[in-house]
Design a protein around this ligand. Structure first.
Ligand code: FPP
Length: 228
């Protein structure tokens, strides 16, 4: 039905930074830094390939219970590099969108994330979506509560506007690196008809060529959306 078409929206579960660092006798934070650089390079590559949205699972709600020193390392990455990376994206006429419970993060980080989103270019050709302190179930519960507050019944189109992803298309393809075969609370509502691609490659080693393999796999599939 849609065979051969490029995905419009790709979701990316960036797993394996810790193991990548451990194999090199380096601290986990070093794996996250290499992962961050790879993520930004992939955004540029995805845009060149004609993909319109890339959503990266940057920090799950569950990741917030990691040991304090690892979390501090991740937060420092945001403090030191987020704005720099956002400027690189703007320079390519790309927008930034944040999904997740940003207000539960340290205040300075919440502020820089919101600024990154707010100052995005209008009419961008590509949007990099950062899922940060994101959890699919929490997103659904939050949307249900917002629907109840409105005091009227909703339908799928109305409900989808209340999700963090309101206004974004559903992910056509979700890629998970690092060898695990699960979605781990990523885009739980939106992934109902997503094509899935799993690879053992650890995220810092997930090159542009590896990304292209996932796109090729997607293009070879026939999507039926429940029809025949
Ligand atoms: C999972 O690997 C990855 C994360 C928890 C963090 C991902 C974050 C980034 C790639 C960069 C952050 C971006 C910015 C802009 C600051 P893991 O630690 O679970 O790896 P493991 O399974 O090998 O332990």
């Amino acid at each position: 039905m849609q065979k051969g078409k490029l995905p419009v929206h790709v979701g990316l579960i960036m797993d394996g930074n810790g193991r990548w660092a451990k194999r090199r006798l380096m601290p986990r934070s070093s794996g996250h830094k290499h992962g961050m650089n790879r993520m930004i390079a992939l955004a540029e590559h995805a845009k060149k390939r004609g993909i319109k949205y890339l959503t990266a699972y940057t920090l799950s709600t569950e990741n917030l219970s990691r040991p304090k020193d690892e979390l501090d390392g991740l937060f420092d990455l945001f403090r030191n590099y987020f704005t720099e990376n956002v400027k690189k994206l703007y320079a390519e006429n790309s927008a930034v969108r944040i999904i997740g419970d940003v207000d539960a993060l340290p205040e300075d980080i919440a502020r820089l994330l919101k600024e990154g989103e707010k100052n995005s270019p209008a009419n961008a050709e590509f949007t990099m979506v950062f899922a940060i302190n994101y959890g699919g179930r929490a997103e659904i519960i939050n949307a249900v509560n917002r629907a109840i507050e409105r005091g009227e019944k909703t339908d799928a189109a109305g409900f989808e506007k209340l999700l963090y992803t309101g206004g974004l298309p559903e992910p056509d393809l979700i890629i998970r690196t690092g060898g695990e075969l699960r979605l781990s609370n990523f885009l739980t509502y939106q992934s109902a008809y997503s094509e899935l691609y799993f690879t053992d490659v650890l995220f810092p080693d997930f090159t542009d060529e590896e990304f292209d393999k996932a796109i090729e796999s997607y293009c070879s599939r026939e999507r039926r959306f429940g029809k025949v």
